[in-house]
Design a protein around this ligand. Structure first.
Ligand code: NAD
Length: 361
């Protein structure tokens, strides 16, 4: 699998590789979820290391009282990618996902798409890989235990990524819905992780060096209060990712060193929205590039204020694009018109009628 930015594909590609949910699951199973998570993390790190080559802007939202739909575009000057993603915390009541998505990667030289894929599963994988990558630089060395508050769709992936990339062995799970914690424990039963279901968030964070919050609620919640947080922990705050939707009490932010993806977006969507824009935060790409420090002392509280940024999805799309020739798990999607003479688009319609194709039933 190539580790370099994507080579341009031939512009005469007659189909677009399409990865359905079924094929995404086959791809994950074919190489193993842990390898997949590590692979995405590697691609995210590569892309963060060439941060300045990306076109960056906060994502474009459409809000409703029930949730949000967002478009997340970016480009490195050769390749363009975007994700469509939603966040609707009430959806699970109706048997729907809180977060779903799909994405496209395109050749910027021809404008032709080179990948169209589901991104519901891929978002969970990339979010977990991204969290674990940040924690590699920020969490206390030798961490063994993670509290995970919010045991929904993202949580299993988070636990597996931290096990794979940081060597965690213990998970302490809490959710307001105990059925969610039982589901998480069941899914992780043969993962090698020891899962303890806890009755309160205070119980969950007892003895944990890493605290992940990944709850879904369309409001400013206080999942963690200041008095719950001892010195030296790493907080991986994933669930607060929309205006008016946060998880941590502001006092925790004031005691923490805050690390972010793209400050302009995080200030709109993350825990950072509770602070002035000029409050100091560190951009993760600078930590990865050795231009800024990550964890510097045992007593420091580090906080990754995760909201999810377009460059991470670009990296995940790139990873899947590079994986497909190995696994073959995709379909050829007839998405692009391909007339013999590029200007004879209507002629192609006429000829298809003359051939008797596409008659109404
Ligand atoms: P989900 O609906 O499947 O799960 C959320 C869980 O949180 C549910 O089990 C719910 O019972 C629990 N919960 C709600 N309030 C709680 C509280 N006060 N205390 C404890 N548990 C509580 O959602 P999901 O797909 O797992 O997503 C979780 C959150 O992560 C969402 O807010 C989503 O927008 C966010 N997210 C962020 C990123 C990112 O990159 N930062 C990426 C994907 C999802």
């Amino acid at each position: 699998m190539s580790n370099s930015p994507i080579d341009l594909l031939p512009s005469d590609l007659a189909y677009v590789p399409f990865v359905s949910v079924d094929n995404m699951m086959r791809n994950v199973r074919a190489i193993g979820v842990e390898t997949f998570l590590r692979g995405i993390a590697r691609y995210i790190e590569q892309d963060f290391l060439r941060w300045e080559s990306f076109d960056k802007k906060p994502r474009i939202p459409a809000h409703a009282p029930q949730g949000v739909i967002e478009l997340m575009p970016t480009s490195d000057g050769k390749t363009f990618g975007f994700k469509y993603v939603n966040g609707h915390p009430g959806n699970t009541r109706d048997g729907l996902q809180t977060v779903t998505g799909f994405g496209v990667l395109s050749n910027l030289m021809t404008g032709y798409p080179m990948l169209f894929t589901e991104m519901t599963i891929l978002t969970a994988l990339r979010t977990a890989a991204n969290s674990a990558l940040a924690a590699k630089y920020l969490a206390p060395k030798g961490s063994t235990t993670m509290a995970i508050i919010g045991n929904g769709a993202q949580s299993d992936f988070q636990c597996l990524a931290f096990k794979e990339m940081l060597g965690l062995t213990e998970i302490r799970a809490y959710d307001i819905d105990s059925a969610a914690s039982l589901r998480l424990a069941r899914n992780l039963a043969s993962s090698g992780l020891n899962v303890t279901i806890c009755k309160t968030p205070e119980d969950a964070i007892e003895g944990a060096q890493i605290i992940t919050t990944v709850t879904a609620d369309k409001k400013s919640a206080t999942i963690l209060t200041d008095n719950m947080i001892g010195t030296g922990v790493h907080i991986n705050a994933v669930g607060g990712d929309c205006p008016g939707k946060t998880e941590l009490h502001r006092d925790i932010l004031l005691r923490s060193d805050i690390f972010v993806e793209f400050p302009d977006q995080t200030h709109i969507e993350g825990e950072f929205q509770q602070l002035d824009r000029d409050h100091p935060v560190t951009e993760l790409w600078q930590v990865y590039a050795g231009k800024a420090e990550g964890r510097t002392s045992q007593d420091q509280i580090t906080l990754f204020d995760s909201v999810g940024f377009a460059v991470e999805d670009f990296a995940a799309l790139r990873y899947v694009h590079d994986l497909l020739p190995k696994t073959g798990y995709f379909e050829k999607l007839d998405l692009l018109a391909d007339p013999d003479d590029p200007r004879d688009l209507y002629g192609m319609v006429l000829r298809s009628a003359a051939n008797g194709d596409h008659q109404a039933a």
